[in-house]
Design a protein around this ligand. Structure first.
Ligand SMILES: *Cc1c(COP(=O)(O)O)cnc(C)c1O
Length: 453
């Protein structure tokens, strides 16, 4: 019999609710703290920068949250997303295992980021917001927000991390096409940006700096709010549409994954694919491993410290209990694989602490190699970020073959790499060095955190 290549769901099979893992976690995360008082924050502390509906979702313990009709309607332009079996890759690897992947690159933003951009823009519009500020690293989040904001009639101002602004002009132009204004961060528009530039006029920028700039602008105008593309609970919540669909699709294949893998920046696409499967493990004892793969040059999960830290460089966000490399950590410029954020989401951090998920770090050259092999076999050029998940899946297949067993592996292909072709060029030219953060560098970054709670 011929093997299944892909499972496509119809529009009416699309789940109509997001899954909130806060309902089922054995240990709930510790609360976010006010940076001044060090007391747990309440909804009103976030109201200056986020709309109330997203603040409610941030702290909700309801197991399922209905997706609004207007959001479902726009989801339907690209969802349900396909689930593929990587038959050609399996053959090339000569593995006995089955490798499945959920593809989140087939939408206007080219990544999973659209899944949360759409509801975030929608809830802001509902509450009378006129303009949104945000940061973007590699540019996928900015692209995702640009289209969503324009669709719902909101203005968007994007602070794009300088190193990406210079290296990925295509992403900036895509944002402009979708009607957004894009500034390189650090910028001269904000007090914090000017301060960073004074200290280092050539600063490559970082997500932490760009977040501070975007929050500074939002906090000064009642009609401007701020949006974040990863890390926060409500972002992970919106991404669970990925795993909710994947569960239905895996059922149709007749297989059930032994391991689910996602690449890891702040945790949103990993959460999206993993949390619905983790629910099945927690509630129905379905045996499964959930593995987050991060870059060795930004290894907060595997080498960071679990502690209260800021989400941004200026210290404007609440203090969050998370695995972190320190909020002033700036990854090496030579690291091309995205996933450059200094911290991990609060929920994922707690799950890792409790041993319910696993994490591993990988070097970038091996991941690009896996990405090229994947492209040549499956015909999709992966985002550099996604290559970490591919390499993670190949590790699992190899290990199973050594053990003489056959596993079912599922990973999330979080986006395509059409705007990242110059990173591939560097890889082909042998111009993409590996970089691993040394213990001394990590200790140095963490020692600068200087927060007592
Ligand atoms: C943003 C992004 C990531 C990393 O962010 P997470 O919140 O960890 O998912 C990974 N892959 C792609 C394609 C991205 O755009």
């Amino acid at each position: 019999m011929e093997k299944i290549r892909k499972i496509i769901l119809s529009e009416n099979e699309m789940p109509r609710q997001w899954y909130n893992i806060l309902a089922d976690m054995p240990n709930k995360p510790m609360p976010p703290l006010h940076p001044g008082t060090k007391q747990p924050i309440g909804p009103e502390d976030l109201a200056a920068v986020f709309p109330m509906e997203l603040i409610k979702q941030e702290v909700s313990t309801e197991r399922y949250i209905d997706i609004p009709e207007e959001v479902l309607d726009l989801y339907r332009t690209y969802r349900p997303s396909p689930l593929f079996r990587a038959i050609s890759l399996e053959k090339t690897l000569g593995t006995k295992s089955k490798i499945y992947y959920k593809y989140e690159g087939g939408n206007y933003s080219g990544s999973h980021k659209a899944n949360t951009a759409i509801p975030q823009a929608y809830y802001n519009k509902q509450e009378g917001v006129r303009r949104i500020t945000t940061e973007t690293g590699a540019g996928q989040w900015g692209s995702a927000m640009s289209f969503a904001c324009n669709y719902f009639g909101l203005e968007l101002l994007v602070f794009m991390v300088r190193v990406s602004y210079d290296n990925k002009p295509g992403r900036k132009l895509l944002m402009n096409t979708y009607n957004a204004k894009v500034l390189a961060s650090p910028s001269t528009m904000t007090v914090f940006g000017r301060k960073v530039l004074e200290q280092d006029p050539n600063s490559p920028g970082s997500l932490g700096i760009a977040i501070s700039e975007a929050m500074e602008v939002a906090s000064q105008d009642p009609y401007t709010k701020y949006a974040l593309g990863s890390v926060l609970n409500h972002v992970s919540l919106h991404q669970t549409i990925i795993g909710q669909e994947a569960l239905i699709q895996m059922e149709k294949t007749g297989d059930y994954p032994d391991v689910v893998i996602g690449c890891f920046g702040g945790g949103s696409n990993f959460s999206g694919i993993a949390f619905p499967f983790l629910r099945e493990k927690l509630l129905h004892k379905k045996d499964i491993r959930l593995v987050a793969v991060e870059p060795a040059s930004c290894p907060k999960l595997t080498k960071g410290k679990f502690m209260y830290d800021f989400g941004d460089s200026a210290g404007m966000t609440p203090l969050l209990p998370m695995f972190t490399l320190g909020h002033n950590y700036i990854p090496e410029k030579i690291h091309a694989g995205g996933l450059r954020y200094h911290g991990a989401g609060v929920i994922v951090s707690q799950l890792l602490k409790d041993g319910l998920i696993e994490a591993k770090a990988k070097l970038q050259r091996e991941c690009f190699e896996a990405g090229v092999l994947f492209a040549r076999n499956e015909g999709i050029l992966p985002a550099p970020e996604s290559t970490y998940a591919i390499a993670g899946a190949m590790d699992e297949a190899r290990r199973a073959d050594i053990e003489g067993v056959s596993k079912t592996i599922l990973f999330n292909l979080s986006g395509h790499g059409h705007f990242d072709i110059s990173a591939y060029e560097k890889y082909f030219e042998n111009n993409l060095p590996d970089h691993e953060l040394s213990t001394a560098e990590i200790e140095d970054a963490i020692s600068k955190i200087d927060i007592t709670v």
